[in-house]
Design a protein around this ligand. Structure first.
Ligand SMILES: [Zn+2]
Length: 283
């Protein structure tokens, strides 16, 4: 049993706020989120700090998220660490908000290829048996209906493979057939372009039709809208909410700290992910 770093529970991961129902402690949710996202996102994503992501923004305790793009097909672009930092913040925030019920599957394009061409589920079978249905079944096990969101990380294929461009499109079509969203994430250090193994004009065309591209590199949160245009405010409208309090400067965080990249680990659940009632400082 580990100590609760938020001093909320006895280390069990649960506490009883009202003597009726035990609720998961933030420490448990963080552990679960970390396990689910994997260290490739959690640790690597903690190495650069992003204060906000356009992919997800908690709405604060009791409120729906201000931004939630986990239901959309997106093509994400950023360099290696920045990409992971956004994924960590967005998916970590989503998982905390849903008590980790949100089911996300993160796969590399190499993993997809291995499932597709048979390093995993039916490597022992003869080539003759590798029919389309089996292939799709294996893909379905990996990225099917069980996943609320699938994130496909591009850039892991080392050399040309004839199946690679097809498998990416098959994966996207499988998700579309289930009406489930997918994020395709390009590491801009390894561009998704004609010399990349999973690239094909067909898959690019497919994504162009359905996926919105989101550039994450250098993303800056938009300043709070100032409603000065009188035409926007009716006479009977309530006055605009008071300006949000400016967040105190954040302490330097050790990236080894689980919650470090989420900001102030001493604040409430949502605050820890950059939402909550406090507005993160805009510098
Ligand atoms: Zn705890």
């Amino acid at each position: 049993m580990t100590e609760c770093k938020y001093n909320r529970c006895d280390g069990s991961g649960w506490f009883v706020p009202n003597s009726l129902n035990a609720v998961p402690c933030l420490c448990l949710k963080v552990r679960m989120a970390r396990q689910k996202l994997g260290d490739g996102i959690w640790i690597e994503g903690g190495k650069v700090e992003v204060t906000e992501t356009p992919l997800y923004k908690p709405g604060g305790v009791g409120n729906p998220p201000e931004i939630d793009r986990t239901t959309e097909d997106l093509f994400l672009r950023a360099s290696y660490y920045t990409l992971r930092a956004h994924l960590r913040r967005a998916l970590g925030g989503k998982m905390l908000d849903t008590d980790c019920l949100f089911r996300v599957t993160i796969v590399t394009d190499e993993r997809l290829k291995n499932v597709f061409v048979g390093n995993e589920s039916y490597a022992a079978r003869s080539r003759k048996d590798r029919d389309y249905l089996q292939t799709m079944n294996s893909m379905g096990d990996l990225i099917g209906i069980e996943s609320d969101l699938v994130v496909i990380l591009l850039g892991y294929l080392g050399h040309t493979n004839k199946a690679a461009p097809g498998l990416l499109k098959e994966a996207l079509m499988l998700r579309a057939g289930l009406s489930k969203p997918t994020w395709v994430a390009e590491n801009t250090d390894i561009l998704f372009q004609p010399d990349y193994p999973a690239y094909s004009p067909e898959v690019v065309y497919y994504m162009d039709q359905r996926f919105e591209t989101v550039e994450l590199e250098g993303f800056e949160p938009a300043p709070q809208p100032v409603t000065t245009d009188p035409e926007d405010v009716g006479l009977d409208d309530p006055p605009p909410p008071p300006a949000r309090t400016r967040r105190a400067p954040e302490p330097k965080q050790d990236t080894k700290d689980d919650m470090g990249a989420f900001g102030n680990s001493k604040s409430d659940d949502m605050g820890a992910f950059g939402g909550g009632k406090k507005k993160r400082g805009m510098h």
